[in-house]
Design a protein around this ligand. Structure first.
Ligand SMILES: Cc1cc2nc3c(=O)[nH]c(=O)nc-3n(C[C@H](O)[C@H](O)[C@H](O)COP(=O)(O)OP(=O)(O)OC[C@H]3O[C@@H](n4cnc5c(N)ncnc54)[C@H](O)[C@@H]3O)c2cc1C
Length: 390
């Protein structure tokens, strides 16, 4: 009998495993693959970490805690996970991006520079009408490397893992929870569901709340790569008035590793191709070019001073989009607080991983959390929700 079983040990599940094992619980992490892997929401190399949150200022207090969490993981692991190369924001002054960044900065007294400075601006071709902002205390993590590190830290704290075995169901039984995988049956006092894009089959009632989309990522080789390396060129996020969504990118990676391809990564943050209701397993993972590449090539022509850009790599990854694009973290109704789930990270959850793990642990052990998550709880949907759904 475990104290806690975590269903899905990717970005959020690995963090729950770490916090729960560190708190002294008897913990088991289960995954259908061996994280990190290329079939979920954490593939594709880098993830931006930032605090001037244009999506909503409510996220900023959580980000303060997440930043502390990244710092303590780095100290415990003895390596850098969060590369603070800064983040350039570009857009029309009234755009959702720029006005949202400034709203968070003002509400939470964050530091932001009103311009990039000549050296960092050199790689961009910025229209005169654009406002540029620079967040120094931002940057990126390499997703695979972070997850691998956190799983190792959890293992050192005594967490058990079983990989390459899919959970096919779970059931409340005589005051505990039984978890059924393809190979085994496990028992636990409580469970956590952090199964990302594959949550539908494990939480059928959530299916209509979370829509899975396939997103595409592209890497370019360039002749002037020297000017785009970390230290000279920051992460960036631009809103082009002619397109919905955002374009974003990272410094040039000189060396490819198993965690990250070589090249300059550029992507388009906009809901991609909607995956079917029955989406499960790795069968649907493929990497078509799609119209995103056309948009990105136009973006490069307009905004980046790249010499002879050549597409050298591409990848896909899944967003799990909630109706309002805010995360959903709560007890699963009707489970007597024995099942907590964290889902719907809507393409912007990675940076929060350290604090999400702590919040989920608080919910399972204390029944509540001191972190301000009311805006992320299920209750926000209650006015519109069909009572038969979650
Ligand atoms: C292209 C792209 C770019 C992004 N960029 C950013 C960014 O710049 N900054 C940022 O903060 N966020 C970003 N995100 C979002 C972030 O990566 C996700 O929010 C985060 O990875 C979601 O974590 P998760 O734990 O929900 O999913 P995952 O990390 O996918 O973990 C879920 C795990 O559950 C396992 N699982 C599922 N079902 C089962 C089952 N039945 N049995 C056993 N195991 C199961 C899966 O195998 C998987 O390992 C991006 C996402 C994508 C796709």
């Amino acid at each position: 009998m475990y104290d806690l079983i975590i269903l899905g040990t990717g970005t959020m599940g690995s963090s729950v495993c770490y916090h729960a094992a560190k708190a002294g619980l008897n913990v088991l992490g289960l995954d259908q693959f061996k994280p990190p892997h290329k079939n979920g929401s954490h593939s594709g190399g880098t993830r931006i970490i930032r605090q001037a949150y244009f999506e909503h200022p409510n996220y900023v207090p959580l980000l303060h805690s997440a930043y502390e969490g990244w710092n303590s993981w780095e100290n415990e692991a003895g390596k850098t996970l969060f590369h603070k190369c800064g983040l350039a924001y570009g857009g029309e002054p009234e755009s959702e991006l720029i006005s949202g960044v400034l709203r968070s900065v003002n509400d939470h007294q964050l530091n932001i520079e009103p311009s990039l400075g000549a050296d960092k601006e050199a790689g961009f071709d910025v229209p005169g009408s654009f406002k540029m902002l620079f967040e120094k205390n931002a940057g990126f993590a390499i997703a695979d490397e972070s997850i691998e590190t956190v799983l190792e830290l959890a293992r050192k704290q005594g967490c058990d893992f079983q990989f390459d075995d899919r959970v096919v169901g779970w059931e409340l039984r005589n005051g505990h929870v039984e978890v059924y995988t393809k190979k085994e049956v496990y028992k636990s006092r409580k469970i956590v569901i952090t199964s990302g894009a594959y949550s539908g089959p494990l939480i059928p009632k959530l299916r209509r709340k979370v829509e899975v989309t396939r997103q595409k990522l592209f890497w370019f080789e360039i002749d002037n790569s020297e000017s785009f390396q970390e230290g000279k060129f920051p992460c960036w996020c631009f809103q082009d008035p002619d397109y919905p969504g955002l374009f974003y990118g990272f410094p040039y990676f000189q060396t490819g590793t198993s965690h990250h391809p070589r090249g300059l990564k550029i992507a388009y943050h906009y809901p991609g191709e909607i995956m079917s209701e029955n989406f499960i397993g790795a069968d649907h993972v493929e990497t078509p070019y799609g119209e995103e590449l056309v948009h990105i090539e136009k973006f490069i022509d307009k905004y980046l001073r790249l010499e002879n850009p050549q597409l050298v790599d591409r990848a896909t990854c899944f967003y799990s989009n909630s109706p309002d694009k805010d995360f959903i973290i709560d007890f699963l109704p009707g489970t007597d607080q024995k099942v907590v789930f964290a889902a719907g990270f809507s393409g912007h959850g990675f940076k929060f991983a350290p604090v999400i793990g702590k919040i989920v642990l608080d919910l399972t052990t204390l029944g509540n959390t001191g972190h301000p998550i009311d805006f992320l709880r299920l209750g926000r949907f209650s006015k519109t929700a069909n009572p038969k759904e979650v």
